[in-house]
Design a protein around this ligand. Structure first.
Ligand SMILES: N[C@@H](CCC(=O)N[C@@H](CS)C(=O)NCC(=O)O)C(=O)O
Length: 229
């Protein structure tokens, strides 16, 4: 049977969220590159995604958009035996979905807003929007820190969809707004994330593209140096 297709770009944090999930769930994907600067690729995305956002999964002709829904789909229909990112226990699943939403709304979204600001010509930037995004990131770091005091992963002891969302969002967010030293549990969690095999593999695959990330100057030298440009 044909592999499910993921229309995506390796630099995109949202695509990385799904790519990490697919690795953990043991789902092989046929990755199709989307270059949104190319009108044909943009048309392809708009045909597949109601919001025109990547990534989009297409499995046996069925298009599935929105990262969290794609991950639920991968788990329900394609995951290897026993592989899970959303626990079977309903209360544990609620915690995973909560921290997944938290990561998307309060890490991924302000991080993307900072990227969008930097992509604007200098004269057209909105300093207030950038300041609000920075402040949201600092509040999110402070909110995550106690959650991570006695948990290995964001929603509990098992690596979950919440960690798939948090990993790429934090990877790029800290390039813009460093985690303050007081949020030591979050800092330790970020190290655990970066050492996780699926996260490390997806970050590694994105390395050739980091030179296009507008916040690249803030990336750790482990991941990017100007010599990579
Ligand atoms: N809520 C969406 C967000 C998707 C999203 O923002 N995708 C970005 C890439 S990270 C995108 O398609 N950006 C291109 C654009 O907005 O034109 C999800 O989780 O799938």
């Amino acid at each position: 049977m044909a592999l499910p297709i993921l229309h995506a770009h390796p630099l995109s944090s949202c695509c990385q969220k799904v790519l990490i999930a697919a690795r953990v769930l043991g789902v092989a994907l046929d990755e199709r590159m989307l270059n949104l600067g190319d009108p044909e690729d943009r048309d392809r995305l708009n045909r597949l995604s109601p919001a025109g956002k990547m990534p989009v999964l297409v499995d046996q002709g069925r298009a599935v958009a929105e990262t969290s829904i794609i991950i639920e789909y991968l788990q329900q229909h394609l995951a290897g035996e026993g592989a899970r990112l959303i626990p079977a226990d309903p209360d544990a699943a609620l915690a995973v979905r909560f921290w997944d939403r938290f990561s998307d709304f309060y890490l991924m979204t302000p991080m993307q807003a900072l990227t969008a600001e930097l992509l604007k010509p200098e004269g057209g930037r909105n300093g207030d929007a950038a300041e609000a995004a920075r402040s949201t990131l600092l509040n999110s770091y402070a909110a995550m820190n106690p959650q991570l005091q006695d948990r290995t992963w964001l929603a509990g002891e098992g690596f979950s969809m919440a960690d798939c969302a948090a990993a790429p969002a934090l990877f790029y967010a800290v390039a813009y707004v460093a985690v303050p030293g007081k949020d030591a549990h979050l800092l330790a969690y970020i190290e655990r994330l970066m050492a996780h095999a699926a996260v490390a593999a997806v970050v590694d695959a994105a390395r050739p593209w980091f030179k296009y990330f507008p916040g690249r100057a803030g990336l750790s030298a482990r991941f990017y140096t100007p010599d990579d440009a």
